[in-house]
Design a protein. Structure first.
Length: 91
């Protein structure tokens, strides 16, 4: 699931059957925020997409359903999805 605000972008992998968050990444994470000039552009979304894919693969998750959270599929949402796909997540 993707959530974006004016200042940050968030990505989570949730197990809907149990209602548990398995993996979560955002631009608020220090490891990601340190490498970014701005947290509100597509470069930040790409960094979050790459990080969520890496954490999901480390947790043994390779296939997910992409929930854009009601946002249009362009801009930061699309950049996050494309980066996650390139890093190995299957939608």
């Amino acid at each position: 699931m993707v959530r974006r605000t004016l200042h940050h972008i968030y990505a989570t992998v949730v197990d809907d059957t149990k209602g548990h968050t398995l993996v979560a990444v955002s631009t608020r994470d220090k490891s990601i925020a340190e490498s970014l000039e701005s947290m509100t552009n597509t470069d930040a979304a790409k960094a979050v997409g790459t990080a969520i894919a890496a954490k999901a693969k480390a947790a043994g998750i390779s296939d997910v359903v992409f929930d854009r959270g009601g946002y249009k599929y362009h801009g930061r949402v699309q950049a996050l999805a494309d980066a996650a796909r390139e890093a190995g997540l299957n939608f």
